[in-house]
Unconditional design. Structure first.
Lengths: 153, 153
């Protein structure tokens, strides 16, 4: 990964936006991921998927979530010390399909300096993953630990 | 997967519990998963992880989440038509470590019959993933689509 600009807590403000690169959801990888972690017919087999609620092969939502993390980590959210989260809220408004080209747009929605640990803070980020048609396939709102610039030990 | 008992909406009640099998978090797979989806030093390299906030190699939270899904799909939450979710809330209270043996305990916390689609309902499930020491490493509260028994077309 390239060593691009790194954002510290001091550099962030509510409303700030970041855009990731892109991830192509390949059918073969979709099926492999599903076989390992989410072995349900609509993630594994085209014919079974056609007959399912998804009406066609759909990526496991956890594959979509993992792809979003890859996009955030590889430049989509360039926070100093990386992306360390405690949890958050997720949603999959639409399925991800074979061949989809996905990217994530992120926005800082809240910044809370830590009272107990003054060298860091909690940043709430809302990430929205779009497919090539501009449709939202995944939403993630997460609380992340971000260090202050001056406090590097 | 064995074809064990399948639970329909009619079979579920608030407070009902399910227990999954187990998943062993292997160091090699942790690093592979992280290299593909979460390439941060504390998920990839023991020495870097020792120096990080994790104080030792930690699985990507998305690997932990995917492992939990595997446990739910392979008997941990035997819902008819599989596990189809819209989203939910997730949290990682503690890191998952190499060699951890994980399982998920799930509880039905809410059942909402659909008004627009009377043959199905929305079931809210709270899943808690424990390691071999009984520590909670992952929490998932998700809304799932579950069909009624009588309405199979």
């Amino acid at each position: 990964m390239k060593e691009a600009e790194q954002f510290y807590l001091d550099d962030l403000h509510v409303g700030q936006r970041f855009t990731s690169g892109s991830y192509v959801m390949e059918a073969a990888r979709m099926k492999e991921f599903a076989a390992e972690f989410d072995p349900q017919p609509f993630h594994l087999d085209e014919a079974a998927a056609e007959a399912s609620v998804f009406k066609g092969l759909a990526a496991s939502g956890w594959h979509t979530a993992a792809a979003a993390m890859r996009l955030l980590v590889t430049g989509g959210l360039p926070f100093a010390n990386g992306i360390v989260g405690f949890g958050g809220e997720i949603a999959w408004p639409k399925p991800t399909r074979p061949g989809d080209t996905l990217h994530v747009e992120s926005e800082i929605v809240e910044i809370t300096p830590s009272r107990s640990k003054p060298h860091q803070g909690i940043v709430t980020v809302r990430g929205t993953m779009f497919n090539q048609d501009g449709e939202v396939v995944y939403l993630l709102t997460a609380k992340l630990l971000v260090p202050k610039r001056m406090s590097q030990k």
